[in-house]
Unconditional design. Structure first.
Ligand SMILES: Nc1ncnc2c1ncn2[C@@H]1O[C@H](COP(=O)(O)OP(=O)(O)O)[C@@H](O)[C@H]1O
Ligand SMILES: [Mg+2]
Length: 368
């Protein structure tokens, strides 16, 4: 039998670990299994240190990419074991890599990866480097998930917004009139500022269930100041990363408000994430009826409560309500992009990324 399975590997800006899924796309999209491998602290720190300029970056990048790919290979092995799928049944792995620079204005983006090694370790064809082809055509190279969101969640009953709350938050606007183009963009920070502030003040990697944020109060003046950042006003297409939304960004804003206690800052950052998602949605698609959330932000009840309050009367639910586990959506998108590559179909949406046209995204590293 002809192989039909595609594997997607996604490790995002949160630097938490890698999500892996096995999918088929014909006759319809189906996820056959999921696994997650967390990065250990040493790998996370090595990756983190490459997010900004530093000594001997080229050599460190080469070494860390090898380490990273060993974790990817472990995720693939684990996934195959769990799902009882043989490597021979897998057409290809679509692997995003780990973004260490995203500079659309300068025309480049860098995802740390070693797809040749991944092909060698798994014995499966690997498709990698999805973003640069879109950028070469003048696009932002991001977000790339909207095309998949449209394929999976597009519908004719209601105007929907799919929100992926990873490190950065991106939205996909799906009009019920499916003849209209799908729009989407990075609307701002997702969890990244929450994680950074938590790490600096509480020593934990993230604020589990928003417990710490819950102890604070929203500071309206600080929120207004956060919201005045020009990124939020800038028209789409736009994409962002930790080059922009980072500790310096928070500190710059806090300069004027040195007396606000850290828990209140955390609570205000949660509100900022929710507010920018809802504002960006209603500006781009005023008659949105339903928000569906995926990515790790869905597990933060404080954030979800803020989203519900601000989005009302529209509903806010997890993509689980649509039958898709919220932690699998992004990895599924990269399996889908591999499927598009193999079938010589475009993976980008020019209306989203501003590329000159549809392009086949990715490059193939054959297993043999
Ligand atoms: N139980 C939880 N409570 C609060 N936040 C959570 C929880 N689980 C995950 N998160 C958040 O989700 C992030 C990971 O989300 P993810 O979608 O994997 O992002 P990325 O795509 O950037 O890797 C974590 O860093 C954390 O901020
Ligand atoms: Mg992640």
């Amino acid at each position: 039998m002809r192989p039909t399975v595609y594997i997607g590997l996604m490790s995002g800006t949160s630097l938490d670990g890698v999500d892996a899924v096995a999918c088929t796309f014909e006759p319809q999209t189906q996820c056959l299994g999921h696994t997650y491998v967390a990065f250990d602290d040493a790998l996370r720190q090595s990756l983190q240190s490459l997010l900004t300029a530093g000594f001997d970056e080229i050599e460190r990048s080469g070494r860390v990419a090898i380490e990273l790919v060993h974790v990817y290979a472990r995720a693939v092995a684990d996934l195959l074991k769990k799902t009882q799928i043989s490597a021979n049944d897998v057409v290809a792995i679509g692997v995003h890599g780990q973004t260490i620079r995203h500079c659309p204005n300068d025309g480049f983006t860098v995802q740390l990866n070693n797809p040749a090694l991944l092909a060698e370790l798994t014995g499966i064809d690997v498709i990698a480097d999805f973003r640069s082809r879109d950028m070469a055509a003048g696009g932002e190279g991001a977000p790339l998930v909207p095309a998949f969101h449209a394929a999976l969640f597009g519908n004719e009953t209601e105007n929907r917004t799919i929100v992926n709350i990873g490190g950065i938050a991106n939205i996909t606007l799906l009009p019920s009139d499916t003849s209209k183009p799908t729009l989407g963009f990075d609307c701002g920070p997702g969890n990244t500022l929450l994680d950074i502030w938590m790490q600096a003040h509480q020593g934990a990697r993230f604020d589990e269930n928003g417990a710490w944020a819950q102890t604070g109060s929203i500071n309206d003046a600080l929120l207004t100041s956060f919201l005045s950042d020009e990124y939020f006003e800038r028209p789409a297409p736009k994409s962002s990363g930790r080059e922009y939304f980072n500790m310096d960004w928070i500190r710059c804003e806090l300069f004027t408000y040195p007396k606000i206690n850290p828990a209140d800052v955390q609570r205000t950052l949660v509100r900022l994430t929710a507010q920018t998602i809802v504002d960006a949605t209603y500006k781009a698609q005023p008659d949105t009826r339903a928000f569906f959330i995926c990515g790790g932000g869905v597990f933060n009840p404080v954030l979800m409560a803020d989203l519900r309050e601000l989005a009302a009367p529209a509903t806010v639910e997890s993509t689980a309500q649509l039958g898709v586990d919220p932690m699998q959506v992004e990895a599924m998108a990269f399996a889908w992009l591999a499927y598009r590559f193999v079938n010589k179909k475009a993976g980008n949406l020019p209306a989203v990324t501003n590329a000159k046209g549809p392009r086949i995204l990715g490059a193939l590293y054959p297993a043999y």
